[in-house]
Design a protein around this ligand. Structure first.
Ligand code: ZN
Length: 84
């Protein structure tokens, strides 16, 4: 049995067709050059690694190549929601 991930563009596809990208925080710091770079650095290098429901970026690398957000329980790998 293969785990399926619901791609927002292609529908249910085998997990082997996808690549994990990163955690997807609720908000992103502004990338304006006049702001402090610390929040952007933290976004790139500091992982929260929660146990339970987490927002993540995934890419359908062997399909449409779309990046999309997944709400996944990191303890059970159950996917609650995907969105483009
Ligand atoms: Zn796709």
């Amino acid at each position: 049995m293969s785990t399926l991930i619901p791609c927002p563009h292609c529908g249910d596809r085998p997990v082997q067709e996808f690549r994990y990208g990163s955690e997807a925080p609720a908000s992103r710091p502004q990338t304006d050059s006049s702001i402090d770079p610390a929040p952007l650095s933290s976004l790139l290098y500091d992982s929260v690694n929660p146990k339970g429901l987490a927002s993540e970026w995934w890419q359908h690398t062997a399909g449409c190549r779309l990046w999309f957000a997944i709400q996944r329980d990191t303890a059970t790998d159950l996917i609650a929601e995907t969105s483009a």
